[in-house]
Design a protein around this ligand. Structure first.
Ligand code: KIV
Length: 271
């Protein structure tokens, strides 16, 4: 069983802020259907993310770019039906937030049609007006910095972001810009641990990391990586929690407990 102290209290955006203030690690994991959503919720996962990674792990695509708003609405609605405690975070897919007006329409759909409680969007300070428009209309936002898979073609591959001093300084600045624009949380993907720690200390909103070291406020992984069923080579920052577990439920509970007690990630998972 998970050791979470308040397993039945509904997780809210305010609760995430409180967890950061109290240095209680936030546990996040992706899900795309009701069966896994239920398992994650029962294991004490705080935030369930319907990521556009569904393009790869549900649809067999090479990247997230073709994922549509209809895909996100469909999978989020399935996941929402399985949650009673966890906060439902849903990705805004590629090109769904290119202007504040388009973003409002699409994020509004995710809130109204699929039960999203916070939306996540990739992008830096150019997203300031979008974040401001959404949050001032009552839509919580998690900004996403570092590796942004929707920019894979511009980046020339999936690589660690922020190793160079100028890129690191820009990312630190962008985190503050997005916080000031109203972002309620920040996700950092594939960022050197030292930089992620700096950003986590610089902002007052919770920072959830994936491949961003252990000194962030919470961790997220893709469910298929946790279950060791990712096709091909698993990313360095992930871990197969099915090793040593006798059921899927046990593996997920181990992930929850290891994140909560800061035993995951280890040095082996860090850039
Ligand atoms: O799409 C997704 O699942 C994500 C995670 C990798 C953070 O954005």
């Amino acid at each position: 069983m998970s050791s979470h102290p308040a397993a039945t209290q509904k997780v809210t955006v305010r609760k995430l802020l409180q967890m950061k203030a109290e240095a209680e690690k936030i546990v996040c994991l992706t899900a795309y259907d009701v069966s896994f959503a239920k398992l994650l919720d029962e294991a004490g996962v705080d935030v369930v993310l319907v990521g556009d990674s569904l393009g790869m792990v549900m649809q067999g695509l090479d990247n997230t770019l073709p994922v549509t708003m209809d895909d996100m609405v469909y999978h989020s609605r399935c996941v929402a039906n399985g949650l009673s405690r966890a906060l439902l975070m849903v990705d805004m897919p590629f090109m769904s937030h290119i202007t504040p007006e388009i973003a409002l329409q699409n994020a509004g759909r995710l809130m109204k049609e699929s039960g999203a409680q916070i939306v996540k969007l990739e992008g830096g300070s150019e997203q300031r007006d979008v974040v401001n428009a959404l949050t001032s209309n009552g839509i919580p936002v998690c900004a996403h910095l570092g590796l942004q898979p929707q920019r894979v073609h511009k980046l020339g591959g999936y690589r660690v972001q922020g190793r160079e001093t100028d890129v690191a300084e820009r990312m630190l600045e962008e985190a503050s810009v997005l916080e000031q624009a109203g972002a309620d949380a920040l996700l950092l993907e594939c960022v050197p641990a030292e930089l992620a720690t700096k950003i986590t200390k610089a902002v007052s909103i919770p920072v959830i990391g994936i491949g961003a070291g252990s000194d962030v406020d919470g961790q997220v992984l893709v469910l298929q990586d946790v279950l060791g069923i990712t096709p091909g080579r698993a990313p360095k920052f992930s871990h197969n929690f099915m090793q040593g577990a006798d059921s899927i439920q046990a593996a997920i509970t181990q992930y929850v407990d290891d994140v909560r007690s800061n035993q995951f990630p280890t040095q082996a998972h860090i850039f």
